[in-house]
Ligand binder design. Structure first.
Ligand code: 13P
Length: 253
């Protein structure tokens, strides 16, 4: 049985006091929902404050990125060990904004996935096609390539710590959500690929989140799909009210 995960990717929003206020609001609303795993991914600058604010709640912490090297002269970067040291369990890797704006290739993403696993972090590996790739009928190939290359060298037993997030680029921040059918089609393709790369047990166990304009109004329908195991939420994770509504929508009745 896969536990629903609702993760909020705050991107480059929230200074320290805003981040703490948001967490306080979340703790009140969804601080102890055992049925759903609730995760927040603040910017690095607010990580320590959020970690402290989350104490005593069931809400877990994620980073939005890391650099794969252990330490060294890498100005501006944050190592896997440093991320773990802030109290993070998860790290979002391969987000389309990292791929598109910061030029991360599948190989870069794979190095990050490997280095995260090596220090005990759980990667949330993002995959997803652009609008033109979808229109050209390349969705399954693009997503398949990102998945295979992103997971290169990841062993069967390590898959227990991997979460996949399908985020069609055309649905991110656009208000244009994939229909539940469109999303579920790609999710089941990903699950089939996981059983090819690993086995049916790994495929059945791995959580696959949907991301891209998830809102309180569409969350329930999306998460009602057989292969959608939660949501990676951007804009609607920035207020406690809307994020909590999405968490409630994902809570099994
Ligand atoms: P939006 O929910 O704002 O579309 O962002 C989705 C996303 O990129 C989450 O990682």
């Amino acid at each position: 049985m896969r536990k629903i995960m609702i993760a909020g990717n705050w991107k480059m929003y929230k200074n320290v006091s805003e981040a703490v206020a948001l967490v306080e609001g979340l703790k009140e609303r969804v601080g102890d929902t055992g049925a759903v795993e609730v995760v927040v991914a603040p910017p690095f600058t607010a990580m320590t404050a959020v970690h402290h604010a989350l104490k005593g709640s069931g809400i877990r912490l994620s980073a939005q990125n890391l650099y794969h090297e252990t330490e060294g002269a890498y100005t501006g970067e944050v190592s896997p060990e440093m991320v773990r040291d802030t109290g993070c369990r998860y790290v979002i890797l391969g987000h389309s904004e990292r791929r598109r704006i910061f030029g991360e290739s599948n190989e870069t993403v794979n190095r990050k996935v490997r280095s995260a696993l090596d220090v005990g972090l759980s990667p949330i590996l993002c995959v997803g096609e652009s609008l033109s790739e979808r229109e050209e009928g390349k969705t399954m190939d693009v997503v398949g390539d990102q998945l295979r290359k992103g997971l290169a060298g990841v062993a069967d037993q390590e898959m227990a710590r991997i979460v996949i997030a399908y985020e069609p680029i055309w649905a991110i921040g656009t208000g244009k959500t994939a229909t539940p059918e469109q999303a579920n089609e790609v999710h089941s393709h990903i699950r089939n690929l996981l059983s090819e790369i690993y086995d049916t047990e790994v495929a059945a166990r791995t959580r696959i989140l949907y991301g891209g304009s998830v809102k309180p109004a569409n969350a329930r329908e999306l998460m009602g799909c057989s292969d959608i195991d939660g949501a990676l939420v951007g804009g609607a994770s920035l207020t406690a009210e809307s994020f909590a509504e999405i968490v409630l929508a994902g809570t099994p009745s």
